[in-house]
Write a protein that binds this ligand. Structure first.
Ligand SMILES: *Cc1c(COP(=O)(O)O)cnc(C)c1O
Ligand code: SF4
Length: 340
């Protein structure tokens, strides 16, 4: 006998959209609970976990859902699980590799011609263990009020600035109402042409892509783009695809940057698979970053030689537009350094 398919109202997905803040609140903050959720025993790991990491653990459920149950080497789990290796002091790695400490004071970073980075918040939805900002104060403070007014004033006075990059932390940690206000203020600046959002939230909590957010982006006279941060093909799943489709539907140009990470994406097959999967959902690979040498992340680093080799293999196997630029950031340079 044929069973009836239940009728799901078209808008049922939309009803859940406002729950992204709840998903954020209930993120895993405890390594043991996280391990239990993915069915991995600590004894199966190649290293000891750190249950009291100074850079706290934070992993929302939708990201955990992408992990392979029972796999102690899961490439997503390894990105977020606090490890005792983070406490090792390794020569050549320091707390502020990009010399950005002053960022905790300022909300604007103007290093490159024509583009300014606006640090809207220091908070993130997920805590990536390799993050170069892992030693910065991760208080949930936001650049609103006086600081934002100062930043807007700075951009208004410098007509060489054509693009504002909303960054953090993660700019999508702000509410839609705050982002709308920022977009409105930016739209008042005559010489400004573009707004770019640098975010990992659509991967970590896909419900963050609300209809309201899409409308703010779509209705602004400023041309927007988004740079996502995806390191592994497994991060692209159906909930993410649905979220990203809403952004493609408003013709938002989508790019991706990854960080090369040992045991996570340091092989050509993985990187090729990532590029192909990105393109399948309308995202263009943009940068492949070398790890910033931040203390606590040395165990994620790979040699420059290996990185160059990987990049070369990608070029041999993919069309040019699917090969991200191998890049690194050097303090004091006028742009990111392209290595390939
Ligand atoms: C990476 C970065 C940018 C953007 O550089 P693009 O090459 O345009 O992507 C802008 N400002 C700062 C401070 C940056 O670190
Ligand atoms: S989302 Fe980006 S800024 Fe936030 S912890 Fe991860 S790598 Fe760092």
């Amino acid at each position: 006998m044929k069973t009836m398919t239940p009728i799901i109202p078209v808008s049922s997905h939309d009803c859940q959209l406002n729950s992204w803040k709840n998903t954020l609140k209930s993120a895993y903050k405890d390594v043991n609970q996280l391990l239990q959720a993915v069915g991995v025993k600590e004894s199966a790991l190649a290293y000891k976990v750190d249950s009291h990491a100074k850079f706290p653990v934070r992993v929302p459920q939708p990201y955990v859902d992408k992990m392979e149950y029972g796999n102690p080497k899961d490439p997503l789990l390894l990105q977020v699980l606090a490890s005792s290796q983070e406490n090792l002091d390794v020569v050549g790695y320091n707390k502020d590799p990009l010399k950005e400490t002053e960022l905790s004071e300022k909300s604007l970073l103007h290093k490159y011609h024509g583009r300014v980075l606006l640090i809207l918040t220091s908070a993130c939805a997920i805590h990536c263990r390799y993050c170069f900002r892992r030693h910065f104060p991760y208080q949930e403070k936001q650049a609103v009020g006086k600081k934002l007014a100062e930043a807007i004033n700075y951009i208004t006075k410098d007509s060489s600035i054509s693009e504002v990059i909303l960054s953090g932390g993660d700019p999508l940690m702000l509410s839609d109402e705050s982002l709308e206000e920022i977009y409105l203020q930016l739209a008042q600046i005559k010489h400004l042409k573009r707004v770019r959002l640098h975010t990992r939230l659509p991967i970590v909590i896909p419900q963050r892509i609300t209809s309201k957010l899409c409308n703010i982006i779509k209705q602004s006279p400023l041309k927007s783009s988004m740079v996502l941060h995806i390191n592994h093909a497994n991060e692209i799943d159906t909930p993410f695809e649905l979220a990203i489709k809403k952004l493609s539907d408003i013709n938002l140009p989508l790019f991706n940057q990854s960080v090369l990470l040992k045991n996570i994406n340091d092989n050509a097959d993985q990187l090729v698979a990532l590029s192909e999967k990105l393109f399948a959902v309308n995202i263009i690979p943009y940068y492949l970053h070398l790890l910033d040498k931040v203390s606590g992340a040395a165990h994620f680093d790979i040699s420059l030689e290996t990185a160059l080799q990987l990049s070369q293999t990608m070029r041999a196997r993919l069309p040019g537009y699917l090969v991200p630029k191998l890049a690194t950031e050097q303090a004091g340079e006028a742009a990111k350094t392209i290595l390939s």
